[in-house]
Design a binder for this molecule. Structure first.
Ligand code: KQY
Length: 364
């Protein structure tokens, strides 16, 4: 498929909101034993449940290495299309394409960002990441979608949320981190985002979830429910380091207007109580130089904000926490027409991720 040298904005394309209709969704199959405990078997079971939930609502494709192809086909529901696709790990939101749409023609194209495993040699999470960096192009080929390669510009899909009407939400902690585009100023990064995503205004939150290893991806702390309304991960515990981060973001949101001049309605989504890695969980992960270790007692970046918005549905993580039910109640109130599917997410969290970062929607 064509690799385009113009930019989406100059061609009349923009990034839709996740809550808009989807043509389908993509995932990648987990297998590396230096990130996923016990040879990734518990993670594979968790991914199967996410896949089962999403495929109830919209077409789903799972990319799998050659080594895991048979196993994945056996474990995944028949409704899921399974394709062989080389990768370094399973984070399709971050290494996959960001789809953009031209509303006049309804054509879908994609942006293929440079992927460097969340910080490259500076503070990246594994090495190498060359296969991941080719995932976006391969997905575009399978989906027959033309793409723009943002050569020289590092970005992950989980670090941005669009309202589909000109506003982009992101965090300074991530986009201004030294491992991504240290040679670019904030203004130059804004220009790139404007031309690749067709957006007019960026709302810069400060930080993400406390200790999130992605340098604070926005998709774990704040997401757009509909233009003008966002959900923000929240704790009332002022002694928790998360409180100051969430409060600062709340104040930024309440002091901003979006690209259409709307005041932003902020809905607080409570966090689960802090979740830490147990000794048994830590021991199940292979220690490999160059991959972030998983140590007993480490606090994980658990949040409900990373739910996946599907056609007519929401796929919401659960953590065996009393706030699991509260989160579902809040989300059901915000999205009254959508059916909620709850999926246990601890095994995904143990690999440093969440439901949102293992899924990438393709807009209709
Ligand atoms: O976007 C994400 N949350 C992905 C985290 C990657 C963790 C790699 N071990």
């Amino acid at each position: 498929m064509k690799r385009l040298t113009s930019t989406p904005a100059s061609d009349g394309f923009h990034m839709p909101g996740e809550f808009e209709p989807h043509a389908g969704c993509w995932m990648l199959w987990p297998e590396r034993p230096d990130n996923w405990r016990l040879g990734a078997k518990p993670a594979q079971a968790a991914f199967v449940e996410v896949a089962r939930a999403i495929s109830r609502f919209e077409p789903l494709t799972v990319g799998v290495s050659a080594a895991q192809y048979d196993n994945a086909v056996n474990l995944l529901p028949d409704a899921v299309r399974v394709v062989e696709l080389s990768n370094n790990d399973s984070w399709v939101r971050d290494c996959g394409p960001t789809f953009v749409r031209n509303d006049a023609t309804r054509e879908i194209r994609a942006v293929d960002w440079v992927f460097n495993a969340w910080g490259g040699l500076y503070d990246g999470l594994y090495f190498p990441w060359d296969k991941d960096d080719e995932v976006a192009r391969k997905i575009c080929e399978i989906e027959r979608v033309a793409s723009y390669r943002a050569e020289g510009f590092v970005l992950e899909g989980g670090s941005i949320h669009s309202d589909g009407e000109g506003t982009l939400y992101t965090t300074e902690e991530c986009l201004l981190s030294p491992g991504r585009n240290p040679e670019l100023t904030k203004e130059q990064i804004e220009e790139k985002l404007g031309s690749y995503l067709g957006i007019e205004k960026i709302i810069w939150l400060k930080g993400g979830i406390y200790l999130d290893e992605t340098n604070g991806h926005v998709d774990n702390i704040c997401c757009v429910a509909q233009p003008g309304t966002v959900l923000l991960a929240w704790t009332d515990d002022e002694n928790d380091p998360q409180y100051a981060i969430s409060k600062e973001n709340y104040d930024i949101l309440k002091g901003s207007t979006d690209a259409r001049g709307r005041e932003i309605q902020v809905i607080k989504l409570p966090l689960p109580a802090p979740i830490c890695i147990t000794a048994e969980e830590s021991q199940g992960v292979d220690a490999v130089d160059g991959t972030l270790p998983r140590c007993e007692g480490d606090r994980l970046a658990a949040s409900y904000v990373n739910f996946y918005t599907a056609n007519g549905g929401l796929v919401v993580p659960s953590f065996d926490d009393p706030n699991d039910e509260v989160a579902v109640e809040v989300l059901q109130g915000v999205f009254p027409g959508r059916e909620v599917a709850v999926v246990p997410a601890r095994e995904i969290l143990l690999g440093g991720g969440n439901i949102h970062c293992i899924t990438q929607q393709q807009p209709a």
